[in-house]
Design a protein. Structure first.
Length: 256
């Protein structure tokens, strides 16, 4: 290669190096920064509930019922008591609703003082009892005592004679509290009628209208009350009919 060619090659080499250096210098001396982080990180969604993958936590509108079982029971009991009082009014009883009774271990949750029953039957004396007993005695008088009095005596009952209603005491044998202690029982001593003398519960001549009447109304009381005791059952019930709504296992009833 002659001298002129060597000079031209060197000039071209120098110019290529200068161009490469210019390209390097033209680049940004600092590397690019990553995009800025957000001010508040995005929280991950809660995991789905196992029973329904489409649902996470319940909203305020669908929050579970946290009412205590005791509160629900109290509300249900109050509704049942109000319904019973309403039925007494619809049946036509004359009564006064009284505050709950609490006397030692004796108590009545929904007491009523009953002064008369439907069909003009006066309760003598006015008697304090639980609302369910008032409803049951009304049913017994209307479905059994009244119709049987018409059959046997051709006379309607005008008075229901009560010996004991509410009374805070033990059973006669002292084993436990009597149903009277809960307003849950009545002792029926007898009846007065519109066209014949009064009838006292007790011993009557066999096959007489009085004996037939007493036997019929005692038998009719058994499906209505859970305990029916009268003359012949024991010496303590020789002069009255004891009627109560005592609850026993298996809905066991006593009818004597």
């Amino acid at each position: 290669m002659d001298r002129g060619c060597r000079i031209l090659v060197r000039i071209m080499s120098i110019m290529g190096g200068m161009m490469l250096a210019s390209a390097v210098l033209a680049q940004d001396p600092t590397p690019p920064l990553p995009p800025p982080r957000p001010d508040r990180p995005v929280e991950p969604l809660p995991p789905p509930r196992p029973d329904n993958p489409a649902i996470s936590e319940p909203s305020a509108e669908t929050a579970p019922d946290r009412e205590a079982p005791s509160e629900r029971k109290a509300d249900a009991r109050s509704e049942a008591e109000d319904a019973c009082l309403h039925r007494l009014t619809q049946l036509g009883l004359r009564f006064e609703s009284r505050p709950p009774v609490k006397e030692n271990d004796c108590r009545i949750e929904n007491p009523v003082l009953v002064s008369s029953l439907p069909n003009g039957v006066t309760v003598v004396p006015p008697s304090l009892m639980g609302c369910p007993v008032a409803e049951s005695i009304t049913r017994w008088m209307s479905e059994s005592v009244g119709p049987e009095a018409e059959r046997q005596f051709q006379s309607a009952p005008t008075k229901l004679l009560i010996g004991t209603s509410y009374q805070c005491r033990d059973q006669r044998n002292g084993a436990k509290l009597s149903e009277h202690a809960f307003g849950n029982g009545l002792d029926v001593m007898g009846f007065e009628f519109s066209k014949r003398p009064a009838l006292a519960i007790g011993s009557h001549e066999e096959n007489s209208p009085e004996a037939t009447f007493q036997s019929a109304i005692r038998t009719a009381a058994c499906p209505i009350f859970n305990t029916v005791l009268g003359p012949g059952s024991d010496s303590d019930h020789g002069n009255h009919l004891h009627l109560d709504l005592r609850q026993r296992k298996g809905d066991y009833r006593i009818c004597q």
